[in-house]
Design a protein around this ligand. Sequence first.
Ligand SMILES: [Zn+2]
Length: 162
Amino acid sequence: MKEPLAFAVDRMLGRLCKWMRILGFDSRYVSVDSRKQIEDFRKDGRMVLTRNQRWRNVEGVFFISTDHPMEQVKQVTTALKIHRGHTAPFTICIRCNNPLKAVPKEGVLGLVPEHIHFTMKTFHMCSECKNVYWCGSHPRRMTQHMEQIFGQQIFNANSKEG
Ligand SMILES: [Zn+2]
């Protein structure tokens, strides 16, 4: 895998985009309308992920051949030889694709449910939209999906929270 790996994910692939962010990859959610745009993304170091046949054989494009989000993630990780060590879960905001930074417990008082504030030690906040994340804010099903993709446990701290 070449690093750093960044993506421009076509509008029709919202869940795939979300997943690439969960895995820690800079993934812009875009509407791919022209070759020029694809070329610009390529120059910018972004690989275009699309399900649109029209772009299938264009340089800089990775064509997604399935409708199932988890299969799509698998398709990308397999083809690009992305393994667990390349991923950086909890580093990118799922909502807006900006970096998360660690914030002290005091910094999120009033921003998260009280019991979460009481029980969790580590919090991360988006530098842009200020969304707060903590271990367990991703549902368990998400963790299971990750394990399916990589064949091993990926989040340690998540297992207690459902
Ligand atoms: Zn954000």
